[in-house]
Write a protein that binds this ligand. Structure first.
Ligand code: HEC
Ligand code: HEC
Length: 324
C-alpha cells in the first residue's frame, strides 16, 4: 500500500514535470510578450562613463539638474510626479517615463519624436538642459576622469555613445513574468495567471505587446471614450506634434508596462495615480468595456509580476509613493 502510493506520487510528479516542459515549449512562440534578455550591456566601458554622465549636473547649463534628478535609478527610473518638475519651479507638460528598458523602445518620448537614444540625448541637452556642445565639452574636458576614460577624446560622439550605451544597459530582467515565460510556471500564482489570461482575452495585449509589453505602437488615447481634458487644461497634441497630421491628435506611443507597478502616476499627463484605476480607464477608453472589480484586481496582480531586477535587486518605490 505504501509502495503503491509512493509509485502513484512518482507518476503524478513525472507527468507534472512532463506537462510543465511541454507547456513551456508551447507557451513561448504563441505568447504576445517575449522575455527580456538577461544582459543588455553591449559596451560596458562606454556604459560606465555614461553612468557618471547620467548623474552629472554639469550637463545642465545652470548645474541645477542631472538625468537622475528625474530618472532616479533607485525608484523605478522616474520621479513619481504627475508631470516632471523643472528647476525654475515650472512644470514640464508631460509625465516622466521610466528610463528602465528604454533600449527596447523603437521610438522615444510619448510622441515617438526620435528613434535612437543618441538623437534623443542630443535633443535633450540643447532643450531641457539648455547647454551648448562647446560649453559642455569644455566642462567635461576639465575632468581628468572623463579624459582618461574616453581615450578617443571627449567629443560629441564619444559623449553621446557613452550615454546611450549606459541607457541601453538599463534592462530589468528576471521579473516573475519572464521566469514564467521561460517555463517556470510556478513563478505566477493562479490569480496572476488569470490576470494574464484576462489581459490577453480582453485585448490589452493587442496594444501592449512585444518584449517591452508596449513601446512599439502608436494609438489614440480614447478609442471608445473622449479622453481629452477639459479646455482649462493645456492641450497635448501628442503624435500630431511630430507628424503634423490632425488625426494624430490624442495619439500617443503605447507605453511599456514593464515595471508599471513602480512607475506611477500613469498616462502622458500623469492624470491617474492608481494602477487599478488606470486599468479601469484603459478597459473603458480603449476597449469599450467595463470590467468587474475582481477582473481589474487580477489584471493588476498580473501587472505587478512585470517588475524586474536592476543589478540583482527588484525595483521598488519608496513606501510613501507606492501605488495601491
Ligand atoms: C526635468 C526632468 C527630466 C530630466 C532632468 C531628464 N528627463 Fe528624460 N524625460 C523627462 C520627461 C518628462 C520625458 C518625456 C518627454 C516627452 O515625452 O516629451 C523624458 C523622456 C526621456 C526618455 C525617453 C523615454 C521613453 O521611453 O521614451 C529618455 C531616454 C530620457 N528621458 C533620458 C534622459 C537623459 C539621458 C537625461 C539627462 C541628459 C534626462 N532624460 C533628463 C524628464 C526628464
Ligand atoms: C488600442 C490600444 C490599447 C489597448 C487595447 C490598451 N491600451 Fe493601455 N495604453 C494605450 C495607450 C495609447 C496608452 C497611453 C495613453 C496616454 O497616456 O495618453 C496606454 C496606457 C496604459 C497604462 C498606463 C501606463 C503608464 O506608464 O502610464 C496602463 C497601466 C495600461 N495602458 C494598461 C492597459 C490594460 C490593462 C489594458 C487592457 C484592459 C490596456 N492597457 C489596453 C493603448 C492601449
Amino acid at each position: 500500500m505504501r509502495e503503491l502510493s509512493l509509485r502513484f506520487r512518482l507518476l503524478v510528479a513525472t507527468s507534472a514535470l512532463l506537462a510543465t516542459s511541454l507547456s513551456a515549449q508551447i507557451l513561448q512562440p504563441a505568447e504576445p510578450v517575449a522575455p527580456l534578455p538577461e544582459t543588455a550591456n553591449d559596451h560596458p566601458r562606454a556604459a560606465a562613463i555614461g553612468e557618471k554622465l547620467f548623474s552629472d549636473v554639469r550637463l545642465s547649463r545652470n548645474l541645477d539638474q542631472a538625468c537622475v534628478t528625474c530618472h532616479p535609478l533607485d525608484r523605478g527610473g522616474m520621479d513619481g510626479l504627475q508631470v516632471a518638475a523643472l528647476p525654475d519651479g515650472n512644470s514640464h507638460f508631460r509625465n516622466t517615463p521610466t528610463i528602465f528598458n528604454v533600449g527596447f523602445n523603437p521610438t522615444l518620448n510619448w510622441d515617438g519624436v526620435v528613434d535612437t537614444l543618441e538623437k534623443h540625448t542630443e535633443r535633450l541637452l540643447t532643450t531641457l538642459m539648455k547647454i551648448t556642445w562647446t560649453e559642455l565639452l569644455a566642462r567635461l574636458r576639465d575632468d581628468a576622469e572623463y579624459r582618461a576614460a574616453l581615450p578617443e577624446g571627449v567629443t560629441r560622439s564619444s559623449v553621446l555613445h557613452a550615454m546611450a550605451s549606459f541607457e541601453r544597459s538599463l534592462a530589468t530582467p528576471n521579473s516573475r513574468f519572464d521566469r514564467y515565460l521561460r517555463g517556470e510556471l510556478h513563478a505566477l500564482t493562479a490569480r496572476e495567471e488569470r490576470g494574464y489570461a484576462l489581459f490577453k482575452r480582453y485585448g490589452c495585449a493587442s496594444c501592449h505587446q512585444g518584449m517591452n509589453v508596449g513601446g512599439n505602437l502608436f494609438q489614440k488615447f480614447g478609442v471608445f471614450e473622449d479622453m481629452t481634458q477639459p479646455p482649462s487644461h493645456p492641450i497635448d497634441m501628442g503624435r500630431a506634434l511630430v507628424t503634423k497630421v490632425p488625426r494624430d491628435q490624442q495619439v500617443f506611443r503605447v507605453p511599456s508596462l514593464r515595471n508599471v507597478a513602480v512607475t506611477g502616476p500613469y498616462f502622458h499627463d500623469g492624470r491617474q495615480g492608481r494602477l487599478d484605476a488606470a486599468v479601469d480607464t484603459m478597459a473603458r477608453a480603449q476597449l469599450g468595456r467595463r470590467l468587474a472589480p475582481d477582473e481589474i484586481d487580477r489584471i493588476v496582480d498580473f501587472l505587478r509580476t512585470l517588475t524586474g531586477e536592476y543589478r540583482g535587486r527588484l525595483l521598488t518605490v519608496a513606501p510613501s509613493r507606492a501605488q495601491r
